[in-house]
Design a protein around this ligand. Structure first.
Ligand code: GLP
Length: 242
């Protein structure tokens, strides 16, 4: 695991955007795994800037997002479809038919999740997977539990995740209770993983992710088993490391 420190959220975002940009330049037909949440917003801003300056061509890039709320349609402003459209896809030259998220509007969880894994496999797998870190150590929406769940699946969101994500909704009651998420194996099969962590509130969990035991109680701890992980974290998130 390569641990890279950044002095601020902005510098973390810039470094992450440079890593993703280098992937796109080195392999213009890359398959990227993308993430939502507050953490990658700055990274997407830099990627949009690089694209406007003419440094990046997304025309052959394919993307798969980690997750989507169940029962939420793509044109709902709370959906992760909407997040990705507004924060990134509408501002770069990517073909919309090459951007994929789990189909939260499909109430048939088994069908929606199986289809998603098949699509990732058919695309040749993920070259670079971007991840944020939940306060409880979740990645995608793989919540702490008694086992690691392999494939894309439907998950019941934990009270801590519902609480953390209520800031994007009008209160807790409006946060969907379920989501479709890539599984741990889906994520671990990515050739490279880039984990971004920002803020004091993630310091304790980041320490557990990197130095703690590998356990489904801290889902991101499984990343210790991956051979090509880069963590970029700001000073606050790294404050427990000494
Ligand atoms: C959500 C997403 C995760 C994300 C996490 C952390 O639960 N499903 O993919 O990493 O939030 O979000 P934030 O970056 O806002 O702290």
């Amino acid at each position: 695991m390569v641990l890279c420190s950044a002095d601020s959220y902005d510098l973390m975002s810039r470094k992450a955007a440079i890593v993703i940009a280098a992937q796109i330049i080195a392999k213009p037909e890359s398959v990227l795994g993308l993430a939502t949440g507050s953490t990658p917003v700055g990274t997407y801003r830099y990627l949009v800037d690089f694209s406007r300056e003419g440094d990046l061509d997304w025309s052959q890039i394919t993307t798969f997002n980690l997750d989507e709320y169940r029962g939420v349609s793509p044109d709902d402003p709370h959906s992760y479809h909407w997040f990705m459209k507004t924060k990134l896809f509408d501002q770069i030259n990517i073909g919309k038919s090459r951007t994929f998220l789990p189909d939260g509007a499909d109430e048939n969880a088994g069908r929606a999740c199986e289809k998603y894994d098949t699509m990732i496999r058919d695309a040749g797998g993920i070259d670079l997977q971007l991840l944020g870190l939940g306060r409880n150590g979740h990645i995608g929406f793989n919540e702490p539990g008694s086992c690691f769940i392999k494939n894309t699946h439907c998950v019941n969101l934990s009270p801590s995740t519902i609480d953390a994500n209520q800031r994007f909704f009008n209160g807790c009651q409006e946060v969907p209770r379920q989501a479709y998420t890539m599984g741990i194996n889906t994520i671990m099969k990515a050739k490279r993983i880039l984990l971004l962590v920002s803020g004091m509130e993630k310091a304790d969990i980041l320490h557990k992710v990197i130095y703690g035991p590998i356990t489904p109680d801290v889902p991101a701890s499984i990343l210790q088993m991956h051979g090509n992980v880069m963590v970029i974290a700001d000073k606050e998130a790294l404050s427990e490391m000494q």
